[in-house]
Design a protein around this ligand. Structure first.
Ligand code: LLP
Length: 428
């Protein structure tokens, strides 16, 4: 087990969390290497019956190089969406050929850098992007291997902000226009168009929408073949959800593997997968300390030192993360609001929730924070970016430092405005 109670103290693998709090301070993200390995193994095993495939980790979930390198050990390449993620993937030891560039807003510079790096393929989201990529590839003297991202128009039945295949979604080419668009892009001399890609959303726990989307893609593959296109690859995206809350199960990964096997039978392509959350969500917690317990009606506020800038998911998606005391006081619980110090009412991790009783100075964690936690952190309220700690067995290391806001973005006055000038301007 990666995070478990032992002798009344919550541990990350074999390391008591108070030891980590002493070393790194709080708040801090704590990752379990064995949890990453377990999730990777489960994914690989579930898809073992699929003979021709490429596994890609969606770097956006958590770009830490220790995670990338661990996953590379299981054969994962990388799915990236920016030039920064290209650098992260390379820093994590992913070979360029094992990198797929997705995303709706690639810049010309980013595309050129990706071509320079020799990445494996691009997922194209619209016609102009395909034309520009083709021209850039010609200028580089290469052909860019690419897939066309299609919007199958299937509601992922997840949170609206992380559903990507609705009629008004910005992603991909709407299903009814896909054949026409494929025809146009296939004719471009700088592209080597090899198939289609689909991704309908994230935190999907019911497999039915994924199945419906794949079925549509199967129909499209047949239609494109009938037109004479040679398709060799289909990217099935990511999106598999995990359990954030006791009693709410995550996606059944074995059932997913079986469903993919059934739906893609006869496609005669190599399949690509882009899981993010599934591989890392459960491998991380946000370790925090209770600053104050402020009495209030009807429920007290537990004010912790972590905030929405460190873990944005509750504020953005009303996401649930369990709040667990590191040294529970017996089995005592109380109903409380757990909030951070940021000056917004949305800076709230739990609302009127029965949680472990905690007091000033206690340590606690926000669980299941390995995906889209540190990756989405900001310095709002001029708060620091929090450190990350990597735990493997009884060893741990601080693998990123606490960085003050001013160091991340040093700001300066315009050259004509020195401190004196400022006073003069105010005095005018
Ligand atoms: N492929 C594409 C093209 C994507 O857009 C995404 C996620 C993935 C793969 C990986 O999806 P996953 O397996 O992690 O569900 N910040 C949100 C999640 C945003 C997901 C964006 N795209 C959250 O915290 O819930």
């Amino acid at each position: 087990m990666s995070f478990q109670m032992r002798d009344g103290v919550l541990h990350a693998e074999d390391v008591p969390l108070p030891v980590i709090a002493d070393a790194a301070g709080t708040p801090a993200y704590v990752y379990s290497a064995s949890a990453v390995r377990t999730a990777a193994r489960r994914f690989v095993e579930a898809l073992a019956p699929i003979a021709r495939k490429q596994l890609l980790y969606a770097v956006k979930a958590n770009p830490h190089p220790a995670i990338l390198q661990t996953l590379a050990g299981f054969g994962f390449g990388a799915d990236i969406v920016s030039g920064g993620e290209l650098q992260a993937a390379r820093a994590g030891g992913i070979a360029p050929a094992d990198i797929v560039y997705s995303g709706v807003g690639k810049t010309r510079d980013e595309m050129a850098a990706a071509l320079d790096a020799g990445i494996g393929r691009f997922n194209i989201e619209h016609e102009r992007e395909g034309e520009v990529l083709s021209a850039l590839a010609c200028a580089h003297g290469v052909r860019a291997t690419a897939l066309l991202r299609v919007n199958p128009l299937v509601d992922a039945q997840s949170h609206a902000k992380i559903s990507t295949a609705l009629t008004d979604s910005k992603f991909g080419i709407p299903y009814p226009k896909a054949v026409l668009m494929y025809r146009r892009l296939a004719a471009l001399s700088g592209l080597n168009l090899e198939g289609v890609a689909v991704h309908i959303g994230s935190q999907i726990t019911d497999l039915a929408p994924l199945q419906a989307a794949y079925r549509r893609i199967g129909t499209l593959v047949a239609a494109l073949r009938a037109e004479g296109h040679r398709l060799s690859h289909v990217d099935l995206g990511g999106g598999l959800g995990v359990s954030y809350r006791a009693g709410e199960p995550g996606a059944d990964i074995a059932a997913y593997g079986a469903m993919v096997g059934r739906e893609t039978q006869g496609w005669d392509v190599s399949l690509l997968f882009e899981p993010g959350r599934f591989l890392v969500a459960q491998a991380g917690v946000l370790l925090t300390r209770v600053l104050w317990v402020k009495p209030a009606q009807p429920h007290p506020f537990v004010i912790v030192d972590a905030a929405m800038n460190d873990l944005a998911r509750p504020a953005l998606y009303d996401a649930w993360h369990e709040f667990v005391a590191v040294r529970p006081r017996g089995s005592e619980r109380f109903v409380a609001n757990v909030v951070g110090p940021v000056c917004e009412s949305g800076d709230r991790f739990a609302h009127a929730r029965a949680v472990d009783r905690v007091e000033e100075g206690d340590l606690a964690v926000l669980a299941t924070a390995g995906a889209y936690g540190a990756a989405m952190a900001s310095t709002y309220n001029a708060r620091a970016l929090v450190p990350e700690v990597w735990v493997d067995g009884d060893g741990f290391d601080i693998v990123s430092d606490r960085v003050p806001a001013a160091r991340i973005r040093p700001q300066r006055l315009p050259h004509w405005m020195d401190a004196q000038g400022l006073r003069a301007a105010v005095g005018r």
